[in-house]
Design a protein around this ligand. Structure first.
Ligand SMILES: [Cu+2]
Length: 135
């Protein structure tokens, strides 16, 4: 456990306080994890985490939920919560209307009538991606 030389001194009061603080944080991490895992059992969440919703939040630098499922021709609303950083919603191959660069506000796009998985991304930030399953 101890890396170093000799026998360590017994912990002083400050170290004990710090230690208990660390334990509290660890407990909260476990609580958060339990809540997150419980969320997986939600009826609206598929096995791979796809959420049935028409509302997506644009954050720095990710979409949440990242992967959604909607009905054919559904109108999906993206709401920016990323100020002052700008992002966009750009559908691959023009499958649906794409947004301009924004840092606040909302954008709505009508999804295709044809079933399938449609990917989109923020073209400014590589890896900032999402997808819409039309089913
Ligand atoms: Cu972005």
């Amino acid at each position: 456990m101890f890396i170093g030389h000799g026998v360590p001194d017994p912990p002083d009061a400050e170290e004990l306080v710090q230690g208990s603080h660390v334990r509290r944080r660890a407990t909260w991490t476990l609580v958060a994890l339990a809540v997150a895992l419980a969320g997986c059992g939600d009826d609206s969440t598929g096995p791979e985490g796809r959420v049935t919703t028409t509302s997506v939040t644009v954050r720095n630098n990710f979409f949440t939920p990242e992967d959604i499922a909607v009905s054919p021709s559904a109108v999906v609303t993206w709401t920016w919560d990323s100020s002052p950083i700008i992002h966009n919603v750009t559908f691959a191959g023009g499958a649906a209307a794409s947004s301009v660069n924004m840092s606040t506000g909302t954008f709505q796009s009508t999804m295709p009538a044809t079933a399938g998985t449609y990917s989109y991304q923020c073209t400014i930030h590589p890896g900032m991606t999402g997808s819409v399953l039309v089913q």
